[in-house]
Ligand binder design. Structure first.
Ligand SMILES: Cc1cc2nc3c(=O)[nH]c(=O)nc-3n(C[C@H](O)[C@H](O)[C@H](O)COP(=O)(O)O)c2cc1C
Length: 400
């Protein structure tokens, strides 16, 4: 029987993710930084990731790198195109110089966008519907993708993957969760198609699996590809824990290198992703658009449900995925102490992603390694989540 110390040692020992060597098993979770005004990476963005790198994380993640302009949620997000080559190459080189690997989260918002620079009139999702993010901007609806749109999207993932590998990313994280584009296809709540891309879970998984296959064929067998899923969307008629087991099995059989077990949807049930204090009040305070504020006030109580915080809040459901798949399993959600890190290693998880705790203390990996009973000072007030559109970008208002 291994002691907690032995499990902790495993957490802080080098590990491999497909062909990639990582100096420990702690990874920065994708947290859209809000530091790319006009879609251009800023000095602040590189300072932010360098600070995280200096704290000893094995791999950081550039949050929400949209695969196309129209895949952005707003015009201040990055989308993968050649104009960003010099800036991203330099940013990644700086992080490599600090002995930190870099992953890029491949995002596509589907029918959920307030990007004023859309090339089309409306964002595209699996089915026609309300564009929940864009209503206050007058972008009321999203359209259903045609088969040609789907083909074009798969090509966009390929183009983005080739670009991201060429600028030096060490790993790609495909976003399959949180109610974004691919998740909208997977979910019976948002996918009402009657063609091969709708109906059964296998049909709803067709596009996500085609995207995975396309990205794999672009980057090669030895390049790490991981994917973030929602264990549950937390809404009636949406994806739930049993679906997540099947989804994970399908991604595993299709050759994904690692699955990140998150949950919730940004639009319909965000609090299940975070737990703890609702970030509706700080969001209302920060929201500049009066119409959006009014909508948030009206819809907030239905969307921002109450889930008390508990350490490792996704553990029990994520363990079901552990039993179902062979690939690496990457835990995310309320891992904030050495006790939790040891427990996750003991339960057979391979890596741990950290979000809010790293915002409150970028030195977490070093601190945790040097102090056996380390526990994060993050109090999951979730005020950091409401800083996403802050001019200074995301930060911890208490300790940052
Ligand atoms: C400020 C902020 C921004 C986030 N942005 C993203 C994002 O762009 N993509 C994503 O998949 N998750 C995002 N998340 C969710 C985190 O990746 C993570 O799943 C969540 O914070 C739970 O992990 P934690 O308990 O370690 O914080 C964000 C979280 C925070 C706090």
């Amino acid at each position: 029987m291994k002691t907690a110390n032995a499990h902790l040692q495993r957490c802080f020992s080098p590990a491999r993710l497909n062909g990639l060597e990582l100096k420990n098993r702690l990874l920065k979770a994708g947290t859209f930084e809000g530091m790319s005004p006009g879609g251009v990476p800023s000095q602040r963005l590189s300072d932010f990731h360098r600070r995280i790198a200096q704290g000893g994380i094995a791999m950081t993640t550039l949050g929400y790198c949209a695969v196309t302009n129209d895949g952005r949620l707003n015009e201040n997000m990055l989308y993968m195109h050649d104009g960003l080559r010099p800036a991203l190459t330099e940013l990644i080189q700086q992080l490599h110089a600090l002995d930190t690997k870099v992953s890029g989260q491949m995002g596509f918002g589907g029918g959920f966008s307030k990007n004023r620079q859309l090339e089309r009139k409306r964002p595209l999702g699996p089915s026609f519907g309300i564009n929940l993010l864009g209503v206050a901007q007058g972008m009321l609806f999203c359209d259903a993708m045609s088969l040609n749109d789907i083909k074009a999207l798969i090509k966009s993932y390929q183009r983005a993957a080739a670009f991201m590998k060429s600028v030096g990313f060490d790993c790609l994280e495909i976003h399959f969760g949180h109610g974004y584009g691919l998740c909208q296809f997977m979910s019976p709540k948002t996918n009402r198609r009657t063609d091969d891309y709708g109906g059964s879970l296998l049909n709803r998984m067709r596009l996500p699996l085609q995207v995975l296959e396309a990205v794999r064929s672009t980057v090669g067998e030895s390049f790490p590809i991981i994917g973030k899923i929602s264990l549950t969307e937390g809404v009636s008629g949406g994806l739930d824990y049993d679906d997540a087991v099947e989804i994970a099995r399908l991604l595993d059989s299709a050759g994904i290198d690692g699955i990140i077990t998150s949950g919730g949807t940004s639009t319909m049930n965000p609090m299940i992703m975070f737990r703890g204090d609702s970030f509706l009040p700080p969001m209302l305070k920060a929201e500049p658009n009066p119409l959006m504020r009014m909508m948030l006030r009206l819809s907030g109580p239905f969307i921002f449900k109450s889930y008390p915080y508990e350490e490792l809040y996704f553990l029990e459901q994520a363990k079901r995925i552990r039993e179902a798949v062979q690939c690496n399993l990457i835990y995310v959600g309320g891992a904030s102490s050495n006790d939790s890190f040891a427990r996750l290693m003991q339960e057979g998880f391979d890596f741990i992603q950290l979000g809010r705790t790293l915002l409150s203390d970028p030195d977490l990996p070093q601190q945790a390694q040097s102090s056996e009973h380390y526990a994060s000072r993050c109090v999951h007030c979730n005020e950091c989540v409401a800083t996403i559109e802050h001019p200074a970008g995301i930060h911890c208002p208490r300790f940052g």
